[in-house]
Design a protein around this ligand. Structure first.
Ligand code: PLP
Length: 400
């Protein structure tokens, strides 16, 4: 499928170098790493190589702190359930209102079905965490804090080190869902108060279905999957060796390209955003403009539907994403937009453009050339649009 792919926070293309590292694992080095023969040993060595690459990307002190999983969702679930089991007397969980469903849905379940108290910390209009509410929620009853490093919709970055230090002060385990942050911003977990961290391969040019959970040495840990002794008994099941090696190669490449991501990609993102804001009236950037992932632009276009924007972009071969939770069958704006208090009429038109190191300047120029026309066309059909800066034509709805 050709076109301009600006939906890299949803998933990324597997890098050709990553695929090349993986292919021999299917037909040549296909042994089971637990087997006591050469076929197994060859694979075991590659898995340990991959672990070291992930360790390096995270700036972790020990390679044994990296546990391979099936992805971000499994890592998030494992981290939270591990802490609850390791500290059975503690009955509270602290998280934020803007987490990914991989954390939020589990917390909802634990609250409704298992009787835990869940503190969901709110955010301000830029998506920054309410630090006073966070401090107030911390107590010795908190088994685990799970707060994302960076938000998948807006790219807003949370002050993870400060949050982790505060959590540790009350004896809580600190976990961060860093699925969107790993590979995009530098990390040094060896010097950090973070106890556990989730990452996902398919967000950094490795395949889907592979990820890792960082578990700090010495942390009390309880596995979610029990069975064989793989991953030092922390995650049972025959290793996804091709995926693990792919993740290792992707981690190595991510480290290599980090500088590029933070300079060239950020410059392209800023150019895209600046040009759209200049050419299109009644739109604004959501999230914290000064503290965001370098690849993410989320622009709310007033008085039109994100889904319509995506369809017209798609007609031009451009892939982006909407902030609306249309996957859940409802056309309500996403929980992130709502939590930030983005007005209903703008939250519906929130559109996320997420770049990667593959994004070119020519692609960004093409997107800049078509977006204003798309928005104008849709606004001409909108029952609310009355012209730049004018009050809406009809009574605009608010949140239910
Ligand atoms: N956490 C965040 C912040 C994400 O963006 C995603 C994926 O979109 C996940 C978790 C889930 O990761 P996976 O798809 O690897 O299960």
């Amino acid at each position: 499928m050709a076109g301009i792919y600006l939906d890299n926070n949803a998933t990324t293309r597997v890098d050709a170098e990553v695929l090349a590292e993986m292919l021999p694992l299917f037909t040549q080095d296909f042994g089971n790493p637990s087997s006591m023969h050469g076929f197994g040993a060859a694979v075991g060595g590659k898995i340990e190589w991959a672990r070291k690459q992930v360790q390096a990307l995270l700036g972790a002190a020990h390679d044994s702190e990296v546990v391979f999983t099936s992805g971000g969702t499994e890592s998030d679930n494992t981290a939270i359930l591990s802490a609850l089991e390791a500290y059975p007397k503690k009955k509270s969980i602290v998280t934020s209102v803007v987490e990914h469903p991989a954390v939020l849905a589990l917390c909802d379940y634990l609250e409704k079905k298992r009787g835990y108290t869940v503190h969901r910390i709110g955010v301000d209009g830029q998506g920054n965490l309410d630090l006073d509410a966070y401090r107030a929620a911390l107590s010795e009853d908190v088994a685990i804090v799970s707060i994302m490093w960076a938000n998948n919709e807006t790219g807003t970055i949370f002050p993870i080190e400060e949050l982790a230090t505060l959590a540790k002060a009350v004896g809580a385990v600190f976990h961060t869902d860093a699925v969107q942050a790993v590979g995009k911003i530098p990390m040094k977990l060896a010097d950090s108060a973070v106890d556990m961290l989730s990452l996902s391969g398919h967000k950094l040019h490795a395949p889907k279905g592979i990820g890792a959970l960082y578990v700090k040495r010495g942390l009390r840990f309880r596995p979610m999957l029990r069975g064989g002794h793989q991953e030092r008994s922390r995650r049972a099941g025959t290793e996804n060796a091709p995926g693990i090696v792919g993740l290792g190669a992707a981690a190595q490449l991510a480290l290599h390209h980090m500088q590029d991501e933070n300079t060239r990609v950020k410059a392209l993102r800023d150019k895209l955003e600046g040009a759209i804001l200049e050419a299109v009236p009644n739109c604004f950037v959501t999230g914290n403009p000064a503290n965001r992932l370098p690849n993410t632009a989320n622009i709310a276009f007033e008085y039109i539907e994100g889904e319509a924007i995506l369809l017209l972009l798609n007609e031009h071969g451009i892939a982006a994403s909407s902030g609306s939770a249309c996957t859940s069958g409802s056309l309500e704006p996403s929980h992130v937009m709502r939590a930030m208090g983005v007005p209903y009429t703008a939250a519906h038109g929130a559109t996320r453009f997420s770049l990667s190191r593959e994004t070119t300047a020519a692609e960004i120029d093409q997107v800049i050339a078509v977006v204003p026309g798309i928005i104008e066309r849709l606004r001409s059909l909108s029952p609310y649009w009355a012209g730049a800066g004018a009050a809406p034509k009809a009574f605009a709805p608010t949140y239910a």
